[in-house]
Ligand binder design. Structure first.
Ligand code: TGC
Ligand code: FAD
Length: 384
C-alpha cells in the first residue's frame, strides 16, 4: 500500500498480512479482466465467487461483535476492493453495511435466522432502497408508503438508483406509514408480486455495478418482514454511516491506483528531451496526489480507532467521506491529465476510476450535503 507517512507502522502484523493476501488474490483473479467487464457493463458471477471466497460477505461486519474482522481490517479490505474497481467495493458495501447491518441491528430473530447466514455466504444478495426520484439528498421526503392490512403490510411507491437491485434476492425498503408518516424499514424478497426492477442501462460510471429503479405496486409483505427495531429516519441513516466508513478507505485504493499509473507513465514518456517525471508541473500533480492520499489515510485510520472506541460522531464520518472521495476524484482527474490522450482509453485504469469516482463523490451524500452536515455541527444552524 502507498504509505508515505509510515502509517502502517501502527497496524498489527496480522492486519498487514491480511491486506497483502487480499491484494494478491484480487490482482491474480480480477485485475486483468476488469476493464473488459466494465466496458461490457456487467457484473460477472465470477466476481461474486472471488468475493465469496475471500470471505468478503461473511466477515465484513465491523458492527457485529462476532466478526473476525476488526474495523481496521474492514477498511483495508474496502481499500483493496476499490483499488481494483469502485463498483466491486460498492457491491460489497451494499451487501454488508446496507443489508447485513440493518438486519443484524434492527431485525427480529426470525429475519436474522432466515437471512444472515445466507447473506454472509453470498448465497443471497441484498440491496438498499432509500433514494427516490424526488431527491436523494432529502430521504425524509420519501413518498413510498405502507399500510397494515390484515396480516400483511401493503407497500406502494418508487425507489431510484438502487445498487445490486438487478441481481438481488431481497431489498431493504424504507417507507412511510400512510397516515402517521413515520418511517420504517422492510425486508422484501425481490420476486414479490407487484415489485418490478427497472435496470438503468446507460451509466457511464460504476459500469461494473448494476443499478436499477424499483417500482412497488401494492406489494404485500408479511408482518414478520418489518424491521422491528427501525423506527424513524435515524436507523436508515445509521446504515449510511457504516457504508460511508467503508468508502473513506475504499477511495484511497482507487487513488493509489491512478497515482501509480500516472507516476509510471511520467517516467517512461519523454517530451522536449526529458521525461515527464522531471517536469515541475508534473511533479506538482504527483506531490498533490501523495499529499491527499496521506491525509486521507490518516483520517481513515483515526476513524477506525474512533469506531473501535465507540461510534464516532456523524459529522466526523461526514468529514472523512467528503474529503477522501473528493481527493480521489481530483487525483483521478489529475492522473488523466498526465496521461493525456492515453488517459482516455481503457488501455489503462485511470479513466475508469475517474468516471467511477464521479458517482462515489455523489452517492452516500454528495460533497455539498456533507458540507451542510458539517456546517450544522459547527454552527448549530441547519442550512439544508
Ligand atoms: P436530520 O434531522 O438531520 O436527521 C434525522 C434523524 O436521524 C439522525 N441522524 C442519524 N442517525 C444515525 N446516523 C446518521 N448518519 C444520522 N444522521 C442523522 C438525526 O440525529 C435525527 O435523529 P432524531 O432522533 O432527532 O430524529 O434529517 P434531515 O431530514 O434533515 O436529513 C438531512 C441529511 C442531509 C443529514 C440526511 O438526510 C442525509 O444524509 N442525506 C444524504 C442521503 C444519502 O446519503 N443517501 C444515500 C443513499 S444509499 C446509497 O447511496 C448507497 S450507494 C452504494 C454504496 O454505499 O456503495
Ligand atoms: P439531489 O438530492 O437531487 O441533489 C442534486 C444537487 O443538489 C446535488 O449537487 C446536491 O448536492 C444539491 N443539493 C441538494 N440539496 C441541497 C441543499 N439543501 N443545499 C444545497 N445543495 C443541495 N441510493 C440508494 O438508496 N441506494 C443505493 O443503493 C444507491 N446506489 C446508487 C448508485 C449510483 C450509481 C448512484 C449514482 C446513486 C445511488 N444512490 C443510491 C442514490 C444516491 O445516494 C443519490 O444519488 C445521492 O444521495 C444524491 O441524490 P440525487 O442524485 O437525487 O441528487
Amino acid at each position: 500500500m502507498l504509505d508515505f507517512y509510515n502509517i502502517k507502522d501502527g497496524f498489527p502484523e496480522s492486519s498487514i498480512r491480511f491486506q497483502n493476501n487480499i491484494r494478491e488474490v484480487l490482482d491474480r483473479n480480477l485485475a486483468s479482466q476488469i476493464n473488459t467487464l466494465w466496458n461490457e457493463n456487467r457484473f460477472a458471477n465470477e466476481i461474486k465467487d472471488v468475493l465469496a471466497n475471500i470471505g468478503a460477505f461473511g466477515e465484513l461486519k465491523p458492527i457485529n461483535n462476532n466478526s473476525p474482522l476488526n474495523y481496521l481490517e474492514y477498511g483495508l479490505l474496502m481499500y483493496e476492493l476499490e483499488r481494483i474497481d469502485s463498483g466491486i467495493r460498492s457491491m460489497v458495501s451494499v451487501q454488508n453495511a446496507l443489508t447485513i447491518y440493518p438486519i443484524n441491528q434492527y431485525g427480529s430473530a426470525y429475519l436474522k435466522n432466515i437471512y444472515l447466514e445466507q447473506l454472509q455466504k453470498g448465497a443471497v444478495v441484498g440491496c438498499f432502497a432509500l433514494t427516490e426520484e424526488g431527491g436523494g439528498s432529502d430521504p425524509g421526503g420519501m413518498k413510498t408508503t405502507y399500510t397494515k392490512k390484515g396480516d400483511k403490510y401493503i407497500i406502494s411507491g418508487q425507489k431510484s438508483w438502487v445498487t445490486n437491485a438487478t441481481f438481488a434476492n431481497l431489498a431493504i425498503v424504507w417507507a412511510k406509514e400512510a397516515k402517521t408518516k413515520s418511517i420504517s424499514g422492510f425486508v422484501i424478497p425481490t420476486d414479490s408480486s407487484g415489485l418490478k426492477i427497472c435496470p438503468i442501462e446507460d451509466k457511464m460510471s460504476l459500469r461494473l455495478s448494476p443499478t436499477a429503479h424499483i417500482e412497488l405496486d401494492n406489494v404485500a409483505v408479511p408482518l414478520s418482514h418489518k424491521l422491528p427495531g427501525a423506527s424513524g429516519l435515524s436507523p436508515a441513516l445509521s446504515c449510511l454511516a457504516q457504508a460511508r466508513y467503508g468508502i473513506c478507505w475504499g477511495v484511497l485504493g482507487a487513488l493509489e491506483s491512478v497515482y501509480e499509473e500516472a507516476l509510471s507513465f511520467s517516467k517512461s514518456r519523454f517530451t522536449f528531451g526529458t521525461s515527464l517525471s522531471s517536469k515541475q508541473l508534473i511533479q506538482n500533480k504527483l506531490a498533490d496526489m501523495v499529499s491527499m492520499h496521506t491525509k486521507g489515510l490518516l483520517l481513515s485510520y483515526q476513524l477506525s480507532l474512533l469506531l473501535t472506541k465507540g461510534m464516532p460522531s456523524i459529522a466526523q464520518i461526514s468529514l472523512a467521506k467528503r474529503e477522501n472521495a473528493r481527493a480521489a476524484l481530483v487525483s483521478a482527474r489529475s492522473a488523466r491529465e498526465i496521461l493525456a490522450a492515453h488517459g482516455i482509453t481503457l488501455s489503462g485504469n485511470v479513466i475508469r476510476h475517474m468516471l467511477n469516482l464521479e458517482t462515489v463523490d455523489t452517492y452516500e451524500g454528495t460533497y455539498d450535503i456533507h458540507t451542510l452536515i458539517l456546517g450544522k455541527t459547527i454552527t448549530g444552524d441547519p442550512a439544508f
